[in-house]
Design a protein around this ligand. Structure first.
Ligand SMILES: NC(=O)c1ccc[n+]([C@@H]2O[C@H](COP(=O)([O-])OP(=O)(O)OC[C@H]3O[C@@H](n4cnc5c(N)ncnc54)[C@H](O)[C@@H]3O)[C@@H](O)[C@H]2O)c1
Length: 293
């Protein structure tokens, strides 16, 4: 684990923000995790701590390394003013254009001019997010995969105004994070969501229509196609609220029926059966938490 010189800001301590903060702190960056309320921040920090406890148990890091990461590298805060030393600020707040614009505006007021703003958006236009950031040439898309702390891949997307320097610095940053950065053009869903959102919706529809049980569809996809996770196991990680949001956002942009969410998606959201984050989705999770077993 190297000691990186500059700090990294992460906005939002939800599913993705917590995972991205793990990646950054584990790579040796001082990582400033910003939330909007204390309860959510504490929940995110607790998830991160539990992840590192598991890493120690599995022998992937020593207790001393865990202490270094949790006590020295990771700082949770509610104040945007704590972002002043950041080389990169990565936002992982709700998939909503106004929220993303607002958090970058707040960061722009406190960050030095050279700080790069990176958006973890799955479906929104990087150009639109960048337009009101106060630094459109230094704003870029970096789409981490779920769970970010486990998956190596990150899709990098330039907005129309993103400069060559911003792109080059971002690709270098990827190496320091120990992630694999691939480049996509700015298109709804980039590479991964272009396939996976439609695939997951077709699995939900097949289940609704009575094709097979959740468990058997997952088994078939894993054992027959060699996928590491079944679609319903993955959806419980993604969250049904997120699945609904990304499906609607993609459908609105490309009008392709494959992206239209089947009725069960809304019903599960209405019932609060969002997946691991609420303890119940297609499966039940008793006391396991987001990153638990
Ligand atoms: N869940 C996925 O599978 C996945 C995968 C890749 C990318 N993404 C993208 O990552 C982003 C976050 O998704 P998520 O699933 O982590 O959502 P989430 O709902 O789990 O977390 C979002 C967090 O942002 C916080 N937040 C909202 N406004 C804020 C503000 N003004 N300042 C600080 N924090 C604020 C919320 O309190 C919440 O904790 C979205 O853009 C989503 O499209 C999600």
């Amino acid at each position: 684990m190297s000691d990186q010189e500059k700090s990294v800001g992460v906005l939002g301590a939800g599913t993705m923000g917590s995972g991205i903060a793990i990646v950054s702190a584990r790579a040796g960056f001082k990582t400033i995790l910003v939330e909007r309320d204390k309860e959510t921040l504490d929940k995110g920090l607790d998830l991160i701590d539990r992840f590192f406890v598991k890493s120690v148990k599995k022998g992937k890091m020593t207790p001393e390394q865990k202490d270094l990461v949790m006590k020295k590298n990771l700082i949770g805060t509610l104040k945007y003013e704590d972002l002043t030393d950041c080389e990169f600020v990565i936002e992982a707040v709700f998939e909503d254009l106004e929220t993303k614009k607002q958090v970058f505006c707040q960061a722009n007021e406190v960050c030095p001019p050279e700080t790069i703003f990176a958006s973890n958006t799955s479906t929104l236009s990087v150009t639109s997010i960048a337009a009101d950031s106060g630094r459109p040439d230094r704003t870029i898309g970096v789409h981490f995969c779920l769970p970010a702390q486990v998956m190596k891949l990150v899709e990098v997307t330039r907005g129309i105004q993103t400069s060559d320097e911003t792109y080059d610095r971002t690709m270098e940053f990827g190496k320091k994070l120990n992630q694999v950065f691939v480049t996509t053009v700015e298109t709804p869903g980039f590479i991964l969501n272009h396939f996976i959102v439609a695939f997951n919706n077709s699995c939900i529809k097949a289940y609704e229509e009575g094709l097979a049980s959740v468990e058997d569809i997952d088994k078939a996809i894993k054992l027959g196609l060699g996928y590491p996770m079944g679609p319903f196991e993955l959806l419980d990680y993604i969250g049904m609220d997120t699945q609904l949001q990304v499906s609607l956002a993609l459908f609105e942009q490309v009008q392709d029926q494959r992206f239209w969410p089947p009725p069960l998606v809304r019903r599960m959201v209405d019932a609060g059966h969002l997946g691991r984050k609420t303890g119940k989705g297609f499966y039940e999770y008793k006391g396991a938490g987001m990153f638990g077993a």
